[in-house]
Design a protein. Structure first.
Length: 258
């Protein structure tokens, strides 16, 4: 127990050191620049954040961005599952979808945003952009995870005529879930950034992106940085939730193997 506690303590120290270094560099740079419009101090930024926390508009903006993130991610994951699972077992389906996925991955993010500005309303633009970019990432993750299931175990289940439902529950899900959840964890952070970038470009109402636009317009750099910190925390919380789910999924996967 003592050894485990020490390991956990050490694992917490490294992120704290990194954060400390970042804040130290920030403080030194702010002192050297000595121009709050360009780079406000840490204190000014957190005072701005404190002011935001007492504003109803702040919670509406964060809630709107969080909702768009979850909707965009849910759509991306549903599409990826609906297409990757057949593609993993049916080679012609994989070959048909491959050019579409390659095209989606190759298109520049800014091209997608600018085209969507012409094609869809500002209200749904962030969701459309995020789905277009995140879907191929999740599709590839799920496809590789399912196809990466141990070939010998698949052959054994076929030889012993294991029912399809039991193969899915005892073989495919336990072996592919950790890799899928790892991909989900990494793409959630990407999703938050994409949503906010699209909100900035489209000036979507009740969003972190719109709030950042207004802060930049009125040269409120402390507010802009405060919203940046909020976006980082939001992304970290979402990734942390998936990390916990992945941790328990790994335990369940090992239990299934045993």
């Amino acid at each position: 127990m003592k050894k485990g506690g020490a390991i956990k303590a050490i694992s917490l120290i490294y992120p704290l050191i990194t954060v400390g270094v970042v804040f130290a560099v920030w403080a030194i740079a702010a002192y050297a620049v000595d121009l709050p419009i360009v780079l406000p101090t840490i204190g000014a930024t957190f005072r701005g954040l404190g002011g935001l926390l007492s504003s109803a508009q702040f919670y509406a903006a964060v809630g709107g961005t969080l909702l768009r993130t979850l909707i965009g991610f849910a759509i991306s994951l549903a599409l990826a599952l609906a297409l990757a699972l057949p593609a993993a077992f049916i080679k012609p389906v994989e070959r048909l979808l491959s050019p579409l996925v390659i095209l989606s991955r190759a298109m520049p993010t800014m091209s997608i945003i600018l085209l969507c500005l012409l094609w869809v309303s500002n209200r749904i633009l962030p969701v459309v952009v995020s789905v277009f970019i995140v879907f191929p990432v999740l599709y590839t993750t799920i496809l590789n995870a399912v196809q990466g299931v141990d070939e010998q175990l698949k052959q054994m289940s076929a030889v012993y005529n294991v029912p399809a439902g039991r193969r899915v529950a005892k073989l495919y899900i336990p072996q592919s879930m950790p890799a899928i959840l790892s991909g989900v964890q990494s793409t959630l952070g990407l999703m938050v950034k994409l949503i906010i970038a699209a909100e900035v470009m489209s000036n979507t109402a009740r969003s972190i992106g719109q709030a950042m636009n207004l802060a930049q317009m009125y040269l409120e750099t402390d507010i802009l940085l405060a919203y940046t910190l909020v976006a980082i925390v939001l992304s970290a919380i979402l990734e942390g939730i998936v990390r916990l789910i992945r941790k328990y999924a790994l335990r369940w996967s090992h239990a299934q193997d045993n």
